[in-house]
Design a protein around this ligand. Structure first.
Ligand code: GLC
Length: 428
């Protein structure tokens, strides 16, 4: 499908309009700061027409990095009243203020891709070299503070860390979080921007905010939270994205002449094992895991296909995943729904409980292409571009009707259109 010229222009216009001078907001009103994985995808979009601006996106993101290496999921570069919970509620007294949790660590992978595709190689190499130690510190933080026992799986402490905030995969684990009776009162801002039927439920929100109080009481001490936090899961989005990011960090280490190979290889061995332990033979899918109970979370979600992107699957498992997704495709018009459309928990218009997300599609398609299934990769790419063409650069899309949902003029959707649309094949 040829990319439409006017839409390419429109996608660029969105990035420029959402540019706040060095960082790109996901969309005005609903998300007025810089988000971690959004910044990664957005940099790929900028890369198509302004390489300097693309590198700047990542440099600005790392201004929020904590001294312990953690890269927070939101950097509050400047005050904005339209969003809740803002910096006061997080209680992080740093400059710039940030949240206290992380998000899928896409950055090292995207830095590699940006370096590979840059027209300006001298600039790209200098930027990658200066980002490298920061990315390494971030990945060390994951290992040291979120997998100290080397299980091969990262402990995730908030649904927001997974990027898939209200996925049905977190229902039980979240329901076990007792709402803090002393939870300070608050007013949600999200439902003022978007139809509430497309946003998380109130009961989920109370628990999301209870977790913030838990972190503050623990002084953000991660090792203590590994024991005490009432929400602890292993998330395919985090583990698979981190695994691939470590592969690409290893590549960067060699390419740029750093000497961290043995350390990174050790992480990869562990996460290879960890991710493959999430396979479910009967379902033909990978499942997230509840780390408090140790049980598999038996609901299929779009992240269930990400071990292909990580590169940990065997060819046999990859074929099973293909068959499973072909089954899903018989239930919906557009791939990839964020929840198994056969599941009773599938809600086609509610955020991460059914709608299609362009950024996840990009990662899943890449995985299928890597495993020798270009037709499926192409199908996912075509669906994604078609959705943008039909209903604009929405935050997410209805998998049956294609309706654009959530926020409009969304940076990462526009960025995917740019990054993916320019490529010849199904890939980057
Ligand atoms: C929502 C999404 C998250 C994203 C953020 C900004 O919270 O669930 O993945 O990073 O919005 O777009």
């Amino acid at each position: 499908m040829p990319v439409q010229e006017s839409l390419t222009e429109e996608a660029r216009r969105i990035l420029r309009a959402n540019d706040r001078g060095g960082f790109t907001i996901p969309t005005a009103g609903l998300y007025p700061f810089q988000w971690l994985w959004d910044a990664g995808f957005t940099a790929l979009g900028w890369m198509q027409f302004d390489e300097g601006r693309a590198w700047q996106e990542l440099e600005t993101l790392f201004l929020g990095q904590w001294p312990n290496g953690m890269l927070p999921h939101i950097v509050f570069h400047r005050p904005e009243p339209t969003y809740f919970p803002g910096p006061e509620r997080w209680g992080v007294t740093r400059t710039p203020p940030t949240s206290a949790i992380t998000q899928p660590p896409v950055v090292a992978t995207f830095v590699r891709w940006m370096l590979e595709q840059a027209q300006n190689q001298a600039q790209a190499e200098a930027k990658a070299r200066s980002l490298y130690p920061k990315m390494l510190a971030y990945h060390r933080w994951f290992k040291r503070e979120r997998d100290p026992e080397n299980t091969g799986l990262i402990t995730v402490l908030h649904p927001w860390e997974t990027g898939a905030d209200n996925s049905p995969a977190w229902d039980e684990a979240l329901a076990r979080v007792e709402v803090d009776p002393a939870l300070p009162p608050y007013i949600r801002r999200d439902t003022a921007h978007v139809d509430p039927t497309q946003r998380p439920h109130q009961s989920e929100y109370d628990r999301f905010l209870t977790l913030l109080e838990v972190y503050k009481r623990a002084g953000f001490d991660q090792l203590r939270l590994l024991r005490e936090c009432p929400f602890r899961v292993a998330s395919l989005l985090i583990d698979c994205v981190l695994h691939r990011a470590n592969r690409d960090l290893l590549w960067l280490s060699r390419r740029l002449g750093f000497a961290d190979e043995a350390e990174i290889e050790g992480w990869l061995e562990a996460s290879q094992r960890g991710i493959e332990s999430l396979w479910d033979e009967e379902a033909g899918l990978y499942f997230n895991r509840d780390l408090r109970s140790g049980a598999a979370i038996r609901v299929g979600v779009s992240a269930s296909f990400l071990p292909l992107y990580a590169g940990t699957s065997s060819p046999q498992r990859a074929l099973r995943l293909l068959r499973t997704l072909e089954g899903w495709a018989r239930q919906v018009r557009y791939l990839v729904p964020s929840t198994d459309p056969y599941s009773p928990r599938f809600e086609p218009q509610r955020y991460w409980r059914g709608p299609v997300w362009a950024v996840v599609n990009y990662l899943i398609a890449l995985g299928f292409a890597d495993y020798g299934y270009p037709e499926m990769a192409l199908r996912i790419r075509q669906d994604t571009l078609k959705l943008c063409e039909m209903t604009g650069f929405s935050e997410y899309f209805h998998p049956l009707t294609g309706q654009g949902l959530g926020g409009g003029t969304f940076s990462w959707t526009a960025a995917i259109y740019l990054a993916w649309g320019q490529a010849e094949g199904p890939l980057r």
